[in-house]
Design a protein around this ligand. Structure first.
Ligand SMILES: [Zn+2]
Ligand SMILES: [Zn+2]
Length: 142
């Protein structure tokens, strides 16, 4: 029997709160970073670091601006008039729901066989990151 030293954790779709807590600890340790940048009224977030479940590195980029998914009617205010879109990152906390996208195929089931690499990317974990603007990301506790 030859055992792999670190076999990838099996794929599991979970959003258990423990992973949110684990992600928070990674943020504190600096192994995971979440950055929000705003440009031209468009705020985007980048989460970069290691997954709290499978420990693979991944990068998650997304736009934070409230987007209407209607392809037919574009209701965006022309010229960027204020009022419709709430500016993100001004004074409110930003909440990011992140799903692992490490790109490493994780085996499904208990057979140990690797799943289709094209179908599964990431270990399936979802967790939440809260960013408090104007606040030290790694603050000293009182
Ligand atoms: Zn992974
Ligand atoms: Zn993962």
């Amino acid at each position: 029997m030859t055992q792999q030293p670190q076999p990838p954790v099996p794929y599991l779709q979970t959003s258990d709160y423990r992973w949110t807590e684990a992600a928070f600890r990674l943020l504190e340790a600096g192994a995971l970073t979440a950055t929000v940048t705003a440009r031209d009224n468009i705020a985007s977030a980048v989460v970069d670091g290691v997954c709290p479940r499978c420990a693979h590195p991944f990068t998650d980029r997304r736009s934070l601006t409230a987007v209407t998914n209607g392809l037919g009617g574009t209701r965006a205010a022309p010229g960027g008039g204020p009022g419709l879109a709430e500016p993100v990152g001004a004074a409110e906390a930003v909440v990011l729901d992140v799903t692992c996208s490490c790109g490493v195929p994780h085996p499904t089931g208990e057979t140990g066989a690797a799943a289709d690499a094209t179908a599964v990317t990431g270990c399936g974990v979802s967790f939440r990151i809260e960013l408090a603007p104007e606040h030290d990301p790694v603050g000293g506790r009182p």
